[in-house]
Design a binder for this molecule. Structure first.
Ligand code: SF4
Length: 374
C-alpha cells in the first residue's frame, strides 16, 4: 500500500522538518488573508461568553443548524448572568432539537459558576477555562485564543485531517501516540503572535478547502508540499477508525390523555435525553405490537374498558451517534385518571413549554398537534 511504502520515513523526517512546518503556517495565514471567504456571525468575536456559546452549540452540530440556536440564545440571554438566572426548563426549551442535552446541562452549571463565583467575569487563563464544566482542550483553546490571545492550538477532526494529509501521518487520532503527535504538532505550528487568527484559519481551511470528501486540492496553497497529494492517497488520510456497531433500541410512547392533560415525566439517570420530557415509555429490544404493549403496560389495573385507542402512529426512527432509536406513539383517551409512578398530568396548554427529544417532536410536527411550538 502506498502509505506503508512511504509513511515511516516521510513521517519521521517530514513532521519534524522546521522548513515544512514554517511553510505550513506561512501558507495557511497567507491563504487566510487573501482567499478565506468563510463568513460566520461569531468570527472575530472577542466576548468570551459569545465564543463559549457558539463553541458549545457547534460541538456535534453543523454550522447551518447551530446558527439559529446561537442567535436565539444571544437574543434571549445576552449575558452570562442572564443565562445563569434563567429557569432550567426555559433553557432546555431553547435547546430543544439540538441534541446532546448534556451540553445544555453543563452550559447551565458553567453559567451559574461564572455568575456566582466569578462575579460574571469569564476566566481568562487557559487552565481555569479548561476547568469549567463541559469544556475540553479544544473549546478551551478556542475561547483562550479568540478572546484572550492565549497561545493554545485547537485540535479537532478538521485540524487532524489537514495535518494528517499534509504531513502524511498515518496514526489513529484515538491512540495515545496519535493524540500526542497531533497535539504537539498543532501546538508547534501555531503562530504564537496571533493564535486566534491562526486557529480560525486552520478551522476554515479544513471546512472549506481540505474537506473530508472531495478536497479542493487544485486550489490549495499547500499542494506542492502535501504528502497525501503527492502520494495520490488523499482518502487514506486521516486513518479511518472502525466504528462500533450501533445499539438498537425500540421506544414505544403512550400519550395517555384524560380531561385535557397528558401523563409526562422528566427523564433522569445516565441515559440519553437527560432533563427532557417524555410520555409513558415502554422500551424493548425488538419490535412489538401496540396491543401487546398496552396489555403489558396497564394489565389488569387499567383495563381496556377505561380507555379508547385514538391513534397508533407509523414507525419513527432517530439516528444518534451510538444508537438507533425506533418506535411509535399510541394515543389513548381515558375515562379515568391513570396513575403511574414517576409520571404526572400536564395540561395541553402548558406542554409547549416543556422540552422534548427530537424523536417526540417529529411526531408532534407530523401530526400537527396544537401544543407543538416548532
Ligand atoms: S493538497 Fe489537498 S489534501 Fe493536501 S492540504 Fe491541500 S486540500 Fe488538503
Amino acid at each position: 500500500m502506498i502509505i506503508n511504502r512511504f509513511a515511516d520515513n516521510y513521517f519521521m523526517s517530514g513532521i519534524k522538518d522546521r522548513k515544512r512546518q514554517l511553510f505550513f503556517t506561512t501558507n495557511l495565514l497567507s491563504w487566510n488573508a487573501l482567499e478565506n471567504r468563510r463568513v460566520m456571525p461569531w468570527k472575530g468575536e472577542k466576548d468570551p461568553y459569545k465564543i463559549w456559546l457558539s463553541e458549545i452549540i457547534l460541538q456535534q452540530t453543523r454550522v447551518e443548524q447551530g446558527l439559529a440556536y446561537y442567535n436565539n440564545f444571544i437574543k434571549t440571554y445576552p449575558t452570562v448572568k442572564k443565562l445563569a438566572a434563567a429557569p432550567e426548563k426555559d433553557v432546555f426549551k431553547l435547546w430543544e432539537g439540538l441534541g446532546y442535552y448534556s451540553r445544555c446541562k453543563n452550559l447551565l452549571a458553567t453559567a451559574a459558576y461564572i455568575a456566582n463565583d466569578c462575579n460574571g467575569k469569564f476566566p481568562s487563563e487557559y487552565e481555569l477555562i479548561l476547568d469549567l464544566k463541559g469544556i475540553g482542550p479544544y473549546t478551551a483553546a478556542a475561547i483562550g485564543s479568540f478572546a484572550f490571545n492565549l497561545p493554545y492550538a485547537v485540535v479537532d477532526g478538521n485540524v487532524i485531517r489537514v495535518l494528517a494529509r499534509f504531513f502524511g501521518i498515518s496514526l489513529s487520532s484515538l491512540s495515545p501516540e496519535g493524540k500526542k503527535t497531533f497535539a504537539n504538532l498543532a501546538q508547534t505550528l501555531l503562530d504564537k503572535d496571533q493564535p486566534g487568527k491562526y486557529n480560525q484559519a486552520i478551522m476554515d481551511f479544513g471546512a472549506t478547502i481540505c474537506k473530508p470528501m472531495l478536497p479542493l486540492c487544485s486550489q490549495c496553497v499547500m499542494r506542492s508540499q502535501c504528502v497525501a497529494f503527492k502520494q495520490d492517497a488523499i482518502q487514506e488520510y486521516p486513518l479511518k477508525i472502525k466504528k462500533a456497531a450501533k445499539k438498537q433500541r425500540w421506544f414505544y410512547y403512550v400519550l395517555a390523555e384524560y380531561n385535557g392533560s397528558f401523563l409526562v415525566r422528566k427523564r433522569s439517570g445516565k441515559d440519553i435525553w437527560q432533563n427532557l420530557h417524555e410520555f409513558i415509555l415502554t422500551e424493548s429490544t425488538a419490535d412489538a405490537s401496540a396491543e401487546e404493549l398496552l396489555a403489558a403496560l396497564f394489565g389488569q389495573h387499567f383495563p381496556m374498558q377505561q380507555y379508547q385507542v385514538r391513534d397508533i402512529s407509523k414507525g419513527y426512527r432517530q439516528e444518534l451517534t451510538h444508537q438507533t432509536i425506533r418506535g411509535c406513539f399510541i394515543h389513548i383517551v381515558s375515562t379515568k385518571q391513570l396513575k403511574l409512578d414517576g409520571y404526572y398530568p400536564e395540561k395541553k396548554s402548558t406542554l409547549k413549554k416543556l422540552a422534548f427529544p427530537k424523536f417526540i417532536t417529529q411526531y408532534f410536527v407530523e401530526k400537527n398537534l396544537d401544543f407543538v411550538t416548532n
